[in-house]
Design a protein around this ligand. Structure first.
Ligand code: FES
Length: 122
């Protein structure tokens, strides 16, 4: 485990975000309602600025069979980030594309230690 420094906790208040480079890969670190997330900041579609994307609750649906949706609702526990170029959406916690299980971005655990934020790199 390697801890990569981000910034003091107080420098990333609720609703704010910051880009940190990890081995030349830009990583978005953000604070959403007091929870910290870290995900690759570049969209795998056409290299769009995912780190500038809007963060919203994940839209979930209940199906009774493939293609037969009976309910849609916004998650109370999962957040997504949408690429501002063409709208690809990713789960902030897992990095998984919301519509294509074969597309996943790297995520990092954000660790608070002695008033500082770090990315936990394997
Ligand atoms: S570049 Fe991100 S959705 Fe196209």
């Amino acid at each position: 485990m390697t801890l990569i420094p981000v910034c003091p906790v107080e420098d990333l208040p609720d609703g704010s975000r910051k880009i940190v480079n990890v081995q030349d890969t830009p990583i978005l670190v953000l604070n959403a309602d007091g929870s910290f997330y870290a995900i690759e900041a570049t969209c795998p579609h056409q290299q769009g600025p995912l780190g500038q994307g809007i963060v919203l609750p994940k839209l979930e649906a209940k199906f009774i069979k493939p293609g037969k949706r009976v309910d849609e609702y916004f998650s109370e526990t999962s957040l997504t980030i949408s690429c501002p170029w063409h709208g690809w959406e990713f789960d902030l916690s897992t990095g998984a594309h919301c519509g294509d299980a074969d597309v996943t971005l790297s995520t990092f655990e954000v660790v608070q230690k002695d008033g500082e934020l770090f990315l936990d790199s394997p």
